[in-house]
Structure formats: structure tokens, C-alpha cells
Design a protein around this ligand. Structure first.
Ligand code: DLL
Length: 430
């Protein structure tokens, strides 16, 4: 039920008191040990003594990905290198990667957060957890693996790829919980059915899926394909990895591990802190990590926070599924479009989550194409009608009409990690 009931169900007053104490100590730790951040604070005229409670948080400067690139590789390190036992790194393909450092205590804290997520999804030491997130520099494999060990589950460290072998192990070893990206879960589900199997042939009961945006429509499809309950999990390399927030059986947003990470929502343009319930950019301050403790880190993820009561009994604040990063948002002919809006329309119209969005600029006008696979049973003469119906459903959602192309089944590449949904060719011309 709970991994740490005391923390997960703590009263708001007790949580605030804990956060106040940890925040003040963390700001001092960072000011004393990270010259890069000390300079930012000095420029803003803020001293550690000015930060006594979480109400003072807004006085601190933000950290952005650009700061992390500037400070690469050791500039944000807050402990001697000899105290670090691990690094992980972002999957970013452009510019310098972000490298995050961990002490042994940091790893324990992180694994503890992931253990909460697994327990919320029903894991106990009786479970067999198949981890198909990538292992290596990416935090997905190591994070879920560490959490699974903490809970005492039998852990299958599969990493991603070789999907038929994944299914064979799943059957032979009776895996009960699957951990991977939602796009890979859909691929595993599709392959299971292609192998002539059904959920009755496997023992899976739950899946813990994250690392990329996915809609509730996609959740229902994965749940059906695999016969499981699908839980969301959120995190980023800069804050440790998966486990910053996790879903409970209510499946209505993710509880943030607030004893470790204080969330704020800001206006991405002005930096102004927005009240609870507003949509904006998520910012995290990590108050327990020692090696790589980021204060007011701008995630660029867009979501909403809510403190409402949850039927699971947890009092930890909830964040909605991020609808994508602010930098994932496409501006097409002046209109803001998120891939997740497109996904919701395609899946609720009965298609599989295999799609690609292609944007280009021809003669100074944006072109907008959505490719998805035609169902095997669709007859040739139906295709234009289907494409028109989808284009009109997308127009209703987005306010802009794409050209829809129903392509041959299996012609869109499947993802074993984070899916690439958007090809924005305009960037190539810049
Ligand atoms: O993706 C950590 C992770 C691994 C999370 C496994 C969950 C499961 P990065 O590679 O640094 O770390 O990417 C972080 O991925 O800022 C979000 O934009 C996105 N992201 C992560 N989880 C979710 C989610 C890992 N549940 C970036 N829903 C974040 C939507 C997510 N987006």
C-alpha cells in the first residue's frame, strides 16, 4: 500500500515544517559549495539567511538547462568528487549533455522514491519486476532497478530491445510488473498479440510507464493490450531520475515526493510564480540530494499542481501528466500544437499509437502532415474518407487542419525507448 506511510500521508503542517528545515539547510549547502550558484545568488542580492521557509523560495534565482551546460561537467557539484559513486546523463542529442552526480546517500534517497512508486502500483517482495527501460547513462533502467531491489522484488534487468525475447522471459519467469516507456509498452503489447498470445498467457498485473508524454487514451490501449493497470511515473536526470512523482491507483495525476522535491509552477515567459491550479512550467528545488542539488530548476515541463484530497490516502501534492515540454510545443501557422493533443484524437478515433508528425515550411507557409497506420482491415476505398474524418477531428481539437496520411501497417518505426513523434524540418532550414 505505502512504502513510507509517515511521509506519504503526512499532514500539510508537518510537511511544510520538514520542507522549511531541509530547504534552509540545502540553500546553505549550495551557497557554501557551488560557486556558480553563489554568484547567481550574489547577483540577486540573496544570502542563505534570507531563506528561512518555503515562502522565501521565490527570492532564489532559477537554474536552467543553459546554466547546466555552462557549468559542465563539475560546476554544479556540491561535494568532493571522491564522495560521488555514480553519474547519469541526459539523453539530449544536441549540445553538451547534462551530467548528474550521486553520493551513496543520494542513490538511497532516489531508490526510496522509486520504491514508493512501485509500492503504490501494488509491488511487494512477491513480485517479479521486468525492467525494460534502457540501462546505462539513462536513469530509467538504474532507477527502476534500484527501487525494485529496495522493495525486495525479483528484478529482471532486461534493458530495452529484443521484444520477442522480452515476452519469452516475461512468460518463463512470470513477470508481474513491467517497467518501460509507454511507447515500448504498446510495442510489447502489439508483439504479444502478433505472437498469437493474449494477456491470459502472461502474469503481468501492472506497468510503470514514463520518461515521455503519453495520454490517457494511450493508457487505456496499453491496459487492454497487456491486461494490466498502467501507472505513470515522472522524473528527470537533473533531479535524480524517475520517482520525482508517481501515480497511485486513483490514476488522476502523480504524487510528488515533496519531502525531497519542492515544486512550483511559474509563467514560462515572466518567471512569475502562479497560484495552485494554474497551468505553467514546473520548477523543482531538491532539498535532500547532496552531490548535485539543484535549486529552482526549470524543467520546461508544462502541467498543473493540486493539493486536493486523494482517495489513496496520500497527502503529497499531485501534478497532472505533463502535456509535453514547453520546447516540444510546435507553433504551426501561428497556432500552438502539442503532440499529446494529436495523440489523444488519433487513439480515441480507434487507431494505434504509431504516428508521426511532420512539419515543414514551403514557400513561407508551414506544412503540417500527420502520418499514421491504416488498420489492416480497412479497405482501400475507405481510406480517403477515413483521412478526411481524422483531419476534421484534428481541426476541432487544434484549430488547424493537418494533411492526414494513412500509411501501410507496420511502416512507422516502433520505439524501444523514448518515441520520436515529431520531425520538424523547419529547423533544418534555419
Ligand atoms: O526520462 C527519467 C525517467 C525515466 C522518468 C524513466 C520516468 C521513467 P530524462 O531523460 O532526463 O529523464 O528526461 C526527462 O522526460 O523533463 C519530461 O519532459 C519527460 N518525462 C519524464 N517522465 C515523464 C512522464 C527521464 N511521466 C524529461 N510524462 C522530463 C511525460 C515525462 N513526460
Amino acid at each position: 500500500m505505502y512504502w513510507n506511510e509517515k511521509i506519504e500521508c503526512m499532514s500539510r503542517e508537518d510537511m511544510t515544517a520538514l520542507q522549511n528545515e531541509r530547504l534552509a539547510a540545502q540553500v546553505k549547502h549550495v551557497y557554501d559549495n557551488v560557486p556558480y550558484y553563489r554568484d547567481l545568488m550574489d547577483k540577486k542580492g540573496v544570502k542563505p539567511e534570507d531563506i528561512k521557509t518555503i515562502d522565501d523560495l521565490h527570492k532564489l534565482p532559477f537554474i536552467s538547462k543553459a546554466d547546466l551546460r555552462d557549468a559542465y561537467p563539475y560546476g554544479m557539484l556540491a561535494v568532493p568528487l571522491k564522495d560521488c559513486v555514480r553519474i547519469h546523463s541526459t539523453s539530449g542529442t544536441t549540445g553538451k549533455r547534462v551530467v548528474a552526480f550521486y553520493t551513496q546517500d543520494d542513490l538511497d534517497l532516489w531508490e526510496d522514491c522509486v520504491a514508493r512508486a512501485l509500492t503504490a502500483a501494488g509491488a511487494t517482495s512477491d513480485d517479479v519486476v521486468q525492467v525494460c527501460y534502457g540501462y546505462g547513462l539513462f536513469t530509467g533502467g538504474a532507477g527502476l532497478d534500484g527501487g525494485s531491489h529496495k522493495v525486495g522484488c525479483l528484478t529482471l534487468p532486461m534493458s530495452s530491445g529484443n521484444t520477442e525475447r522480452q515476452i519469452q522471459f516475461m512468460r518463463d519467469l512470470g513477470a508481474t510488473i513491467l517497467c518501460c516507456t509507454p511507447s515500448y509498452a504498446a510495442y510489447i503489447g502489439e508483439t504479444l498479440h502478433e505472437m498469437g498470445l493474449s494477456p491470459a498467457d502472461i502474469k503481468l498485473k501492472a506497468g510503470i510507464f514514463g520518461a515521455e508524454p503519453w495520454t490517457n487514451e494511450m493508457r487505456r490501449q496499453i491496459e487492454e493490450l497487456l491486461g494490466i493497470k498502467a501507472y505513470d511515473i515522472y522524473g528527470l536526470t537533473e533531479t535524480s531520475g524517475p520517482g520525482v512523482a508517481f501515480e497511485c491507483p486513483e490514476q488522476s495525476g502523480m504524487h510528488i515526493n515533496e519531502d525531497n522535491f519542492i515544486p512550483e509552477i511559474i509563467d514560462p515567459d515572466t518567471g512569475e510564480v502562479l497560484p495552485e491550479g494554474s497551468k505553467g512550467e514546473l520548477v523543482f528545488t531538491s532539498i535532500t540530494k547532496k552531490a548535485f542539488p539543484l535549486l529552482r530548476y526549470r524543467t520546461r515541463d508544462i502541467c498543473v499542481l493540486s493539493k486536493g484530497k486523494c482517495s489513496c490516502g496520500r497527502t503529497l501534492i499531485k501534478m497532472t501528466k505533463p502535456m509535453g515540454r514547453s520546447d516540444d510545443m510546435m507553433i504551426i501557422r501561428g497556432i500552438n500544437v502539442f503532440p499529446s493533443q494529436i495523440e489523444a484524437v488519433l487513439i480515441s478515433s480507434g487507431y494505434t499509437p504509431n504516428y508521426q508528425i511532420v512539419v515543414d515550411r514551403v514557400n513561407n507557409t508551414d506544412t503540417f502532415d500527420v502520418l499514421l497506420e491504416r488498420p489492416a482491415e480497412a479497405l482501400d476505398y475507405e481510406i480517403p474518407k477515413r483521412e478526411k474524418a481524422l483531419a476534421s477531428a484534428l481541426k476541432t481539437m487544434l484549430g488547424i487542419t493537418p494533411k492526414v496520411h494513412l500509411v501501410a501497417p507496420k511502416s512507422i518505426a516502433r520505439s524501444e525507448g523514448k518515441a520520436v513523434r515529431v520531425i520538424d524540418k523547419r529547423k533544418l532550414h534555419d
